[in-house]
Design a protein around this ligand. Sequence first.
Ligand SMILES: [Zn+2]
Length: 270
Amino acid sequence: MQWLDIGVNLTHRSFDADREQVIERASAAGVSSMIVTGADLESSRAAAELARTHAGILFATAGVHPHHAATLEAPTIEALRELLAQSQVVAVGECGLDYYRNFAPRPAQRHAFESQLRLAAETGRPVFLHQREAHADFVALLRDFRSSLSGAVAHCFTGTAEELETYLELGLSIGITGWFCDERRGAHLHALVRRIPPERLMLETDAPYLMPRNLKPRPSNHRNEPMFLPHIGAAVAQARGETAEFCAAHTSAHARAFFHLDAVAQAWTS
Ligand SMILES: [Zn+2]
């Protein structure tokens, strides 16, 4: 069984001491490909470099998270565009709106999001989206660009049935994390996940964040790792009434197609 983690923050400093072992443990657990999330220009550069040195296993996104929206200026977009010219950098993001934390002023967030949607439209790369407590503004901006985007995935979906319907109508793919395994906050997702067509569903750990709460034994360092993706996948499969094998197969196949990973592999070998 092979799984694909579409969102892992492998450049995070909590992995500095044992990053290679984390990648090896994930591969040994059947997580054969991972997409390393870029959250600002610096971490996007680091993600691109990490993916370059782990060809075929790691891929990267390049973008500015809404928390860092105030750091985005015109030269940032040009630098992201240069990163996106590298074949292993497969998506724009993570980008979007976060009105829950409001680490950046909302107008700056909207500007950064719009600039990155435009970049995705221009480069033909899909977008890796983050949204928290900002559904209405998020959907309004996305609607303006939807027809010119090659693909869009709502990463770490934790929303309501209504939000899910809107996303599916807009043609979004849906990323499910270990939030799903949280018996308090994630319970509502168990019914919702059945509504996601197999060709729209992807899985992610968001490591080192969002450790599945029902892991046994729980890692003493409380750090999530991509090797726990099969644990999330098994829970999602059970809720959908599928075998884990089938869930691994369709979520991986969808992610490979969505991020054009086979084209990247070809670019590397030619
Ligand atoms: Zn996020």
